[in-house]
Write a protein that binds this ligand. Structure first.
Ligand code: ADP
Ligand code: MG
Length: 342
């Protein structure tokens, strides 16, 4: 065998294996791009569980005509420039992989108009080996990314798609998770032309609980404690469900680090420990928690989908989360305030 450099599309398809697991991963990447672009309204239109179409429209900063092609190429990002930036990531994206990956496994159209550009332009990535065609288009300020026929050219991948309903449930879950992190942004999620979820932006802290209730249920808010604790550079805020609200499934656990949704072992361990002895066996706590810390104290570049992070001072963070949650729960228990669920 001779050694050869892979053609661009194939290289991108291999990378897509890491980032684009199913329609919901496309939704996550695209909505995160909209948030990074400063959007305040994001529309997510899904057809057939995302297998037919995923279209995300935002009112963010847009992409100038000259950079449309670049945005679709691999390792092209506006979010970091050097190692120093990589060590202090403030944006959700930074790998410059998503659009290139997605466009290698679907028919992708990118339409954008930055406010300072007179009219919109559209990039169509359907040509051979990642060629991109540009044409003028009509679009308000912001960006729309239309992803049609996901995995049409990777049959092995397409075979792994589940039913329309299952795939849409995954998408709904992603939108809920993101909507919990950004109260200041409106999200409108539609499936097959029908609006399924509409989270209106709220800018007043006293209304945050309303969105949490919309996503996690009114009962969760009624049976949880609101916490907000600052210690040096660390801040933990959110809601911890009372032990009486224990779940039979791990379906109401949401944690965020600097606004990024997480499935982090260290965080989950700290929270479980805070509940130990308080929860019946084989039940799970319900919580929505936001950890905010210096971006230089956490490495987000450890997982392609960025679900996990590495804390420089893991033990310290763990103990902080544990004690804040534990104190809140035990103070409440001591006061005898545990309301019963009907
Ligand atoms: P990353 O998010 O890691 O930078 P992506 O492949 O997701 O990589 O996006 C590439 C680039 O395209 C981004 O860095 C950004 O400059 C631009 N971009 C993507 N989506 C949007 C959007 N919705 N609005 C404005 N710019 C966008
Ligand atoms: Mg991105």
């Amino acid at each position: 065998m001779t050694i050869e450099i892979l053609p661009a599309r194939l290289a991108n398809q291999i990378a897509a294996g890491e980032v684009v697991e199913r329609p919901s991963s496309v939704v996550k990447e695209l909505v995160e791009n909209s948030l990074d672009a400063g959007a305040t309204t994001i529309k997510i239109d899904i057809e057939k569980g995302g297998a037919k179409r995923i279209r995300i429209s935002d009112n963010g900063s847009g992409i100038v005509k000259d950079e449309l092609t670049l945005a679709l190429s691999r390792h092209a990002t506006s979010k970091i420039k050097d190692l120093n930036d990589l060590e202090g990531i403030c944006s959700l994206g930074f790998r410059g992989e998503a659009l290139a990956s997605i466009s290698s496994v679907a028919r992708l159209t990118l339409t954008s108009k930055p406010a300072e550009q007179e009219s919109a332009w559209q990039a169509i990535a359907e040509g051979r080996d990642m060629a991109v065609a540009l044409q003028p288009a009509a679009h308000p300020n912001g960006t729309t990314i239309d992803v049609v026929d996901l995995f049409f050219n990777t049959p092995a991948r397409r075979k792994f798609l589940r039913t329309e309903k299952t795939e849409f449930t995954h998408i709904e879950e992603v939108i809920k998770r993101i909507a919990l992190a950004r109260f200041d942004v409106s999200f409108i999620l539609s499936h097959n032309q029908k609006v399924i979820k509409h989270f209106k932006s709220v800018n007043n802290k006293s209304l945050y609980a309303k969105r949490v209730a919309q996503i996690c249920g009114q009962k969760f808010i009624e049976h949880s404690l609101e916490i907000d604790c600052q210690h040096g550079d660390l801040q933990l805020s959110g809601w911890v469900g009372l032990p009486s609200f224990a779940r039979n499934q791990n379906d109401l656990s949401f944690s965020y680090v600097n606004g990024r949704m997480m499935r982090d072992k260290l965080i989950n361990h700290a929270i479980r420990q805070a509940y130990s002895n308080l929860l019946p066996a084989d039940t799970y706590p319900a919580f929505v928690l936001f950890l905010v810390l210096d971006v230089r104290e956490v490495d987000v570049n450890v997982h392609p989908a960025k679900h996990e992070v590495r804390f420089h001072q893991g033990r310290y963070i763990h103990d902080f989360i544990y004690s804040v949650c534990h104190n809140a729960l035990s103070e409440n228990a001591n006061l005898g305030l545990l309301p019963e669920l009907e």
